[in-house]
Design a protein. Structure first.
Length: 318
């Protein structure tokens, strides 16, 4: 940002430049812009109602704390959910940030601990299943988010996925033409089988903007990336998209938002097909197409495996 840059709204000194809006903003008007973007997403896609009971999945990172804070600013009461994944120090520290935010704001944080309650952690699950850590992690989180929402009587599960996250996943799914995944890549997935709707109110804000939101609002968050994300394809897709964004500001938003408006409706049939009849897991009762759901099979495999320290999976990868 050029020294001496002025806020587009009030002409006071700017604290951030946003090339995709072709403008600079002071702290006050940056906060207004973020709130407006989130309110616009909520209204446009009918993400939340005032009657919803909202549970926000919180990792201790910038996006999930920002979305919790933004919802509160927009007048939506929400509880938080923290899942302890057992990823070494990273998990210990991230839990402290999530708890610290909840404590400071007087908000309720529900906690679930994989090792304590299910007898495994993500590094061990990755080794036991011989899959990449994010695969066991994603499966665990999806199941536990749903379960916590169902057990707590919540009607909406909110995640802090931002524009960069969604555009990177979209790029990956497009490169492989993963039609079924593309059909589900929406800011709102409706409730099904007693589980809450899934909502992503931050899809109109970039990663840089959610980080700036936290700084301006004085929110302490865990800056470090998950050590298991190293080598993750999404990081490469993000870097590619950022390069495009530098050369052509606004291309990331246009890629994702135009997908949602123009392409996703054409895939709606695939989403409906996917909602065919499911049975109940014999172990936990969750909806599944088999006898036992993928989560219960993961628990059985991972909890029987000797504990694997996170360092074993990250050594030499940095
Ligand atoms: S926490 Fe889990 Fe992420 Fe870490 S292991 Fe992968 S999915 S990178 S959001
Ligand atoms: Zn201003
Ligand atoms: Zn199950």
């Amino acid at each position: 940002m050029n020294p001496g840059s002025k806020c587009r709204v009030c002409r006071q000194p700017a604290i951030i430049d946003l090339p995709r809006h072709n403008a600079n903003f002071c702290a006050e008007h940056f906060v207004e812009l973020c709130k407006r973007q989130v309110a616009k997403a909520i209204d446009h896609w009918h993400l939340l109602t005032r009657e919803d009971r909202i549970l926000v999945a919180v990792s201790g990172g910038k996006d999930s704390l920002a979305v919790w804070d933004l919802l509160a600013e927009l007048g939506y009461a929400a509880d938080g959910l923290y899942v302890g994944l057992g990823i070494g120090d990273y998990s210990d520290v991230s839990a402290e940030y999530a708890r610290g935010f909840a404590r400071a704001r007087g908000l309720h944080l529900v906690e679930v601990n994989l090792r304590g309650e299910y007898g495994y952690d993500i590094p061990t699950a990755a080794r036991a299943t011989r899959r990449v850590p994010c695969s066991a992690c994603g499966l665990s989180k999806r199941h536990l988010f749903d379960k916590a929402a169902l057990d707590g009587g919540y009607t909406a599960l909110v995640t802090g996925h931002n524009l960069d996250d969604e555009a990177a996943v979209l790029l990956g799914n497009t490169l492989r033409w993963e039609i079924d995944y593309l059909a589900r890549q929406l800011p709102l997935l409706p409730a099904r089988d007693g589980f809450p709707k899934k909502v992503k109110p931050l899809v109109r804000l970039t990663e840089r903007e959610t980080a700036a939101w936290c700084v301006v609002r004085g929110i302490d968050y865990l800056v470090d990336e998950c050590p298991m994300a190293v080598g993750n394809k999404h990081l490469q897709y993000k870097a590619t998209l950022n390069q495009m964004e530098t050369e052509s500001p606004g291309s990331k938003a246009s890629f994702y938002l135009n997908f949602v408006e123009r392409m996703a409706p054409m895939l709606a049939g695939r989403l409906a097909d996917d909602r065919g009849a499911l049975g109940s897991c014999a172990e936990c009762g969750a909806p599944t197409s088999g006898d036992v759901c993928a989560f219960c099979r993961l628990v059985a495999t991972a909890s029987a495996h000797e504990r694997v320290p996170v360092e074993l999976l990250t050594k030499g990868k940095r």
